[in-house]
Structure formats: structure tokens, C-alpha cells
Design a protein around this ligand. Structure first.
Ligand code: AMP
Length: 403
């Protein structure tokens, strides 16, 4: 809808995701999210509309905090847009209402961090929900049109991500280009994938990803498990894991997932070897070992060369790939090889025509760290939101607009 909408003469309030990392001088250290919002903002301005931008930044406890002020993003944003950015230092204050009322076509107003008000995101009790509605309604009065382009918070039923949509007519609320792109990429993987399709799930915990894995079993041909969660599967089938990460209370779940995969004809692929370390440290003494031959005092912190070889083959043979979570403790150079190799294999497979979607904070950090972000088909901006979408959940931010 945003493609066909003409913003001329309209004020659009846009929920963007400017939750960016800041350095010691409060400078933006990674502006990926800001760049992600630019196409939508430029469309509004290009049509002859004006943009009121709202976002959260960090996790303020209650009330304003300098380190979470959105004013820190202004130099970066204004550099990208080539226009001056007006700022309202209180998203609920008189100034915010006056500045938005006075906004002219082509102008941009940024509101201060929404989460300086707990009404933005505290929505547990009835009282809190009522406060959130009031807060959302007030925000809605600033503009003629509501655009949600913050995919990273689409799984939250917050004032600016969902509730505010109630105060706009159906033809005056829409997704921005970024959310549209995210939905398209996820739907391609989930509903229109070319086969064979492979999901690669890594990271620390099985418990975080059980639902995702279950839902994926209906979609994929291969399910690769890597990273810390491997060891719960290995222990469940009787392997020795030494001091590796393990969720003892999820052993049954792991066995069940293996059985379900078998029943559905999905190849569940675990690493065959590992890099063992005597401490959780980059300088640790390391040894290579088969995956089910860990030993006391040692923990597996990366997958080994044989695993890389086997997984690379599966990846190269795939036509669709979904990757979430690293293969090892990639933050430490001694244990990054498995994750780098898998990332490179995905990039290579993509070059041969495979569609690859990478999502989840740590795998995104990994492709960025290794300079491979533009060599995969799509990098999702929302880890939690993407996982919930893949779990099959309805995201409040999406439902608020789609109905
Ligand atoms: P998650 O947030 O669940 O995707 O987990 C990501 C984290 O898992 C990263 O910080 C990795 O360092 C960590 N991780 C990956 N593999 C292992 C492992 N074998 N042992 C401990 N932590 C791991």
C-alpha cells in the first residue's frame, strides 16, 4: 500500500527502529537500523509529505536518561536524509504537539524516546493498558497517517507498534518498506521456498527455539543444529558432553524433536566433531574431538572441520536457507571458525542461486563481522520478531494493520 500511497500534504507518523548502539561519545556505532528506515522516510518526503519519527532506544527504567536520548541519532540521520531534523525533547509535551502541527512538507520531526514513558511498553495490567491507549491516542493526534516500519518491535503490543493503529482509519495506516520486505522474505522461506530447504539453528539454548524448530519441521528438508544447543541433543542420545552447555530438563524435548523429524522425513543433522576448550576463554587450551566424546573439565565451543565439511555440502545443495544462531562462541577468534565457514558457505550457495535469510541478533552480528551481509539474500532486522513469525505466531504489530 505504501507504494501506491501519495503522502503529498500529509503528516505521517512513522514508527521506526532507531534502537541503535551508541559509543562513548553517544555517537552511533552501527547505523544499520537507521539506514533500514530511510526508504520509507524518503518516500514520504519525496511525495511532499512530512515525517514525524518515533522510536525507542535502549531500556530506560523510568523517565529520561541522557544515554538513551534519541537526539544522539540526529547527526547520522540528518546526514543520510540531507535535511535538518527538528527534535521534540518530550514525545508527550506541548512542544511535540506544536512542532508537529507546524511541520511543513519535506520537514522531519523526531520525537524523544517513547520509552521515557512506561505507557509505551508496560501493558500487563488493565490499568497499564488503559494508560497505553491514552498515550497512543495522543501520539495519533500529531499526524494524518500512521506507518509502522519497525520490524524489530513488531512482536510487541506496545503503544507505538500496535495500539496507535486503532486511531487511524484503514486507509490511513500501513507498513513501511522495511516491514514489507521482511514479511516478503519470511513468507518466501516459509510458504514459497524452493527445495531442498535447510534451516540452520545455532546459538546457546534449545529452550529458546523449541517452538521454532517444531514449526520448521513442517517446512524443511534439512534441519542443522549447531552451537551450544547441540549438546542437549548429544547428551539425550547418550553421548559424553563433559562440561559443555546442556539443558538437563530439555533432554526429553530433544529426543522428541529427533523423533518428530524422523516421522516427517526431515534430516536432522548434528555436528560430528567439535573444538573442546578447558576454559571459556580465547586463550584456552583446545583439542579436537568427536562430538559425542567430550570430557570432564572441557566444553565444546565450536564445531570442528569435519562438521564444517559435511554442513557445507548440505548448504551447497540447498535452494533455500534460513540461518539463526552461531555455530560456536564466534565472539572469540579461537572459536569463530565454524560460524565463519558456515556463513561463507551460505554466501557461496547464495551466489549459485539459493535464497538465504539470516536473522537473529547473533547470526546477523556474525555476517556483519565477517563482511558477508551483502552476500546473503536477506538479513532480517528483527531477531525476536522473526523467530515469533517463524513460530507461526501472529505479531501484534502486523495484526494491528492487516487486521
Ligand atoms: P542465542 O542468543 O541463543 O542465539 O545464542 C547466541 C550465543 O550462543 C552467542 O553468544 C554464542 O557465543 C553462544 N554459543 C554458541 N555456541 C556455544 C557453545 N558451544 N557453548 C557456549 N555458548 C555458545
Amino acid at each position: 500500500m505504501i507504494d501506491n500511497y501519495n503522502f503529498a500534504g500529509k503528516k505521517a507518523i512513522i514508527r521506526v527502529d532507531f534502537n541503535v548502539p551508541l559509543g562513548a561519545q553517544y555517537e552511533v556505532t552501527d547505523d544499520t537500523r537507521i539506514r533500514g528506515a530511510l526508504p520509507t522516510i524518503k518516500k514520504v518526503l519525496g511525495d511532499g509529505g512530512s515525517a514525524i519519527l518515533m522510536s525507542h532506544l535502549g531500556r530506560p527504567k523510568s523517565g529520561p536518561e541522557e544515554k538513551f536520548s534519541l537526539k544522539h541519532v540526529i547527526p547520522n540521520l540528518s546526514g543520510h536524509l540531507g535535511v535538518d531534523i527538528q527534535f521534540a525533547d518530550d514525545c508527550m509535551g506541548k512542544q511535540a504537539a506544536e512542532k508537529s502541527a507546524a511541520l511543513k512538507p519535506g520537514q522531519v520531526l523526531l520525537l524523544e524516546n517513547l520509552r521515557f514513558y512506561t505507557a509505551e511498553n508496560k501493558v500487563s495490567t488493565d490499568e497499564e493498558k488503559a494508560a497505553t491507549r491514552v498515550f497512543a491516542e495522543k501520539l495519533s493526534t500529531y499526524a494524518d497517517v500512521y506507518v509502522n516500519d519497525a520490524f524489530g518491535t513488531a512482536h510487541r503490543a506496545h503503544a507505538s507498534t500496535a495500539v496507535i493503529a486503532d486511531f487511524f482509519a484503514d486507509d490511513s495506516k500501513m507498513f513501511g518498506f522495511l516491514i514489507n520486505k521482511e514479511i516478503k522474505a519470511m513468507d518466501k522461506v516459509l510458504h514459497h521456498s524452493d527445495k531442498p530447504m535447510t534451516a540452520i539453528m545455532g546459538g546457546a539454548k534449545v529452550s529458546d527455539k523449541i517452538q521454532v524448530i517444531e514449526n520448521l519441521l513442517d517446512k524443511v528438508d534439512n534441519l542443522i543444529i549447531g552451537g551450544g544447543m547441540t549438546y542437549t541433543f548429544i547428551k539425550a542420545r547418550g553421548g559424553e558432553i563433559g562440561n559443555s552447555l546442556c539443558e538437563e530438563d530439555k533432554l526429553d524435548v530433544a529426543n522428541e524433536l529427533v523423533k518428530k523429524a524422523e516421522a516427517k522425513g526431515v534430516k536432522l543433522i548434528l555436528p560430528v566433531d567439535q573444538v573442546l576448550a578447558d576454559t571459556f576463554d580465547n586463550e584456552a587450551h583446545t583439542e579436537l574431538a568427536p562430538i559425542d566424546q567430550g570430557k570432564a573439565g572441557y566444553m565444546g565451543l565450536d564445531i570442528g572441520a569435519k562438521s564444517v565439511e559435511a554442513l557445507t555440502q548440505v548448504i551447497m545443495d540447498s535452494k533455500t536457507i534460513l540461518w539463526n544462531g552461531p555455530m560456536g562462541v564466534f565472539e572469540m577468534p579461537s572459536f569463530q571458525k565454524g560460524t565463519v565457514s558456515i556463513a561463507k558457505a551460505i554466501a557461496e550457495s547464495t551466489a549459485q542461486g539459493c535464497f538465504s535469510l539470516v536473522g537473529g541478533g547473533d547470526s546477523v552480528a556474525a555476517v556483519n563481522k565477517f563482511g558477508l551481509a551483502d552476500k546473503v539474500s536477506y538479513v532480517s532486522t528483527g531477531g525476536g520478531a522473526m523467530l515469533e513469525y517463524i513460530e507461526g505466531k501472529v505479531l501484534p504489530g502486523i495484526k494491528a494493520i492487516r487486521g
